[in-house]
Design a protein around this ligand. Structure first.
Ligand SMILES: [Zn+2]
Ligand SMILES: [Zn+2]
Length: 413
């Protein structure tokens, strides 16, 4: 096997690896959101004769460049059924935000991408030439998969984003087979998450406190999975308080409802969703803040979407509970680090208290090491982290043959 790392080297964003067996396979082709230039937006360009692009999950840092592959190669694009639907939703939204004129691909390539993605469920082996490819549950978001590639008695696992601990809506990955080569994400390669159960309880208790004080709780959360996860946690502990959902999370929820096999505690999820007031007009938006309630809204980083407009209409005694990671220089990050947000180039002070809750769907340091013990790879490559090289050094100290590759670097295995 030969490898070429196309992106996500010492950064989170624009994931992509070219894996050569008797076929040329690319695992993920993402984008870097908020990149200043097209050069920094995409991974290294693919060779024209790629046979297949496998997308691990819908997040744009793994899927956003798929139309660029469609435009420049004849590769077949493959993913799981929920990921196909979620990619359509997120690509459409991304184009709306970026503007057609700023895309590195044509609208035609975009249309061809969303109309022609092949799907395969988890755990079904696909054969392409002499190479076997299997998508296995990654435990990250709905439809997420790791890619297992088998060729000439060697096995490679590309993890994409993954998690080994259970959340409300997803069981952690159960993958535990030996692999020869491992390409692992390392977003939390140098950090640990707090205990999940404790975080859930703190979150719920904090919400109750605000509601008891007749305030509203605004939970800025990502549309895909995080909103639904937060909702499930809330409804597990708080039966009756009114919950409103606003933004693209409504469309994402509809997609998740179509795939019971890809969502754990599915029945509870359906029940929780039925109790939600969907915000579809300004009238419902006003209603949401007219009495104590919980409002889950996009965008998760307060970088736009209805969440931002609530900041101006929430009554005193309200609070903002961030439920997702905020990238530097987004409003969520400004709020947590400087106490203000940026709007129309001006810093606006936010008078309400805020808290951050770690509901991350990424595996952390301790669990990556546990996972690696199980799969005992001969060689490990670290990608998708702010310090993939540092993490590789750390793994070396644990006795692994580990590399944090550079963008564009090639390996022959
Ligand atoms: Zn992800
Ligand atoms: Zn990612």
């Amino acid at each position: 096997m030969k490898l070429k790392f196309l992106g996500a080297c010492n950064e989170v964003g624009r994931s992509g690896v070219l894996i050569e067996t008797d076929k040329k396979i690319i695992t993920d082709y993402g984008v870097k959101i908020r990149a200043e230039t097209v050069e920094k937006y995409l991974p290294v360009h693919p060779p024209a004769d790629v046979d297949m692009l496998v997308i691990t999950h819908a997040h744009l840092d793994h899927s956003g460049g798929a139309p660029f592959i469609r435009e420049n190669t004849n590769a077949t694009i493959v993913t799981t059924p929920p990921t196909r639907d979620l990619v359509k939703l997120l690509l459409k939204d991304n184009i709306k935000i970026m503007g057609r004129e700023n895309l590195p691909y044509s609208m035609n390539a975009y249309k061809q991408t969303i109309n022609k993605m092949y799907t395969t469920p988890h755990n079904r082996k696909m054969k392409i030439g002499e190479t076997d490819i299997t998508l296995v549950d990654a435990g990250h978001i709905t439809g997420s998969a790791m890619v297992k590639i088998e060729y000439k008695n060697k096995t490679l696992l590309y993890t994409g984003d993954y998690n080994t601990i259970d959340s409300q809506l997803h069981k952690g990955t159960k993958f535990d087979e030996h692999v020869d080569y491992l390409i692992t994400e390392s977003t939390y390669g140098n950090r640990e998450h707090p205990d999940r159960r404790k975080t859930e309880l703190e979150f719920v208790e904090s919400i109750k406190e605000v509601l008891d004080n007749k305030g509203n709780v605004l939970v800025p959360a990502f549309a895909v999975d995080r909103t639904q996860e937060v909702l499930s946690v809330i409804r597990k502990h708080i039966r009756h308080a009114p919950v409103y959902m606003d933004g693209m999370n409504i469309d994402a929820s509809e997609i998740m409802l179509k795939y019971p096999k890809y969502v754990s505690n599915y029945n509870e999820f359906v029940r929780a969703l039925k109790t939600v007031n969907l915000v579809t007009s300004n009238r419902t938006r006003e209603e949401a803040v007219s009495h104590p309630s919980i409002i889950i809204s996009t965008s998760g980083m307060l970088s736009g979407g209805p969440a931002l407009s609530y900041l101006h209409s929430l009554p005193p005694n309200s609070a903002i509970f961030l439920a997702g990671y905020c990238v530097e220089e987004t409003n969520g990050w400004y709020l947590m680090n400087k106490g203000y947000i940026m709007q129309d180039g001006m810093a606006l002070k936010v008078g309400l208290p805020w808290k951050y809750f770690d509901f991350s769907a990424h595996i952390d340091h301790k669990h990556i090491l546990k996972f690696m013990k199980k799969v005992s790879p001969e060689k490990v490559f670290t990608v998708h982290g702010d310090d993939t090289k540092g993490f590789a050094e750390d793994l070396k100290e644990q006795g692994y043959d580990a590399v944090g590759p550079d963008r564009g670097q090639k390996f022959e295995l």
